[in-house]
Design a protein around this ligand. Structure first.
Ligand code: HEM
Ligand code: HEM
Length: 187
């Protein structure tokens, strides 16, 4: 860390970028878990089709399945409606932009001196977890974009693994920063 900047804490611009990122990532995780991971578009009751259901009912279930599959393929931000997949893409692009801007702004604005409440070991942990978080802010959305651009589910484990790695880095980040004396520097 460099020692330029306000000794009492971070600059307003850094705080704004930090909490905007937290909001965008939290919303993105919620949307991510709401997406249909296995792409299963079979409507409830489809397993009964065949001898058990009327033609009209089968047609209705097929229509529902077609609509679901059309939605699942739809990452077109400029076209028609706005669904969860598109929200996931839009939020992902926002996080990616923040992931690019933050390290640049960190270089320009500098960082405040270390909190005196952090031991040497904790400072090392803070240093590496911040690097990991900043890197993952780029890697997680990029892995999602690769997944969608290639249309190949073989990339899904990378996207899932990257966001799990993000959770690990975040847990380490919170282990040092969730104490009031440290948290105050970012409020
Ligand atoms: C910060 C950025 C992102 C985060 C935190 C994130 C998080 C997630 C999460 C939590 C899931 C569900 C995984 C699971 O249930 O284990 C998911 C799935 C997915 N994400 Fe992302 N994601 C991000 C960016 C993106 C981007 C930019 C795209 C590209 C459009 C994308 C495409 C997908 C796709 C295609 C799936 C699977 C959905 C399905 O199979 O129906 N993600 N993401
Ligand atoms: C999306 C999740 C998060 C990311 C990516 C993230 C990333 C970062 C980064 C990169 C820094 C270094 C300062 C900078 O470069 O601007 C930082 C500092 C800080 N973060 Fe987070 N953070 C996240 C969530 C949180 C949460 C949930 C809290 C507490 C509730 C928190 C508390 C802090 C504090 C207190 C500092 C200042 C530590 C110090 O005294 O140097 N962060 N964070």
């Amino acid at each position: 860390m460099t020692t330029t900047g306000d000794a009492r804490g971070y600059r307003a611009s850094q705080k704004a970028l930090h909490w905007l990122t937290v909001l965008a990532v939290a919303a993105q995780l919620a949307v991510g878990y709401l997406l249909d991971l296995d792409g299963d578009c079979d409507p409830a009751g489809e397993d009964r089709s065949g001898g058990d259901t009327s033609d009209a009912e089968e047609e209705r279930l097929d229509r529902l399945e077609d609509q679901c599959e059309a939605r699942a393929d739809d990452y077109d931000l400029l076209g028609g409606g706005f669904d969860l997949a598109e929200l996931h893409l839009a939020l992902g692009l926002t996080v990616l932009a923040l992931g690019v801007v933050r390290p640049l702004w960190r270089r320009v604005a500098g960082l405040p001196p270390w909190s005196e409440h952090l031991s040497a070991g904790q400072r090392r942990l803070v240093h590496w977890t911040e690097r990991a978080l900043l890197l993952l802010l780029v890697v997680v959305p990029l892995s999602g974009i690769v997944l969608v651009a290639t249309g190949d589910d073989a990339w899904l484990p990378l996207h899932v693994g990257a966001h799990v790695a993000f959770f690990v880095a975040l847990a380490a980040h919170l282990s040092t920063n969730l104490r009031p004396v440290v948290l105050r520097r970012m409020l």
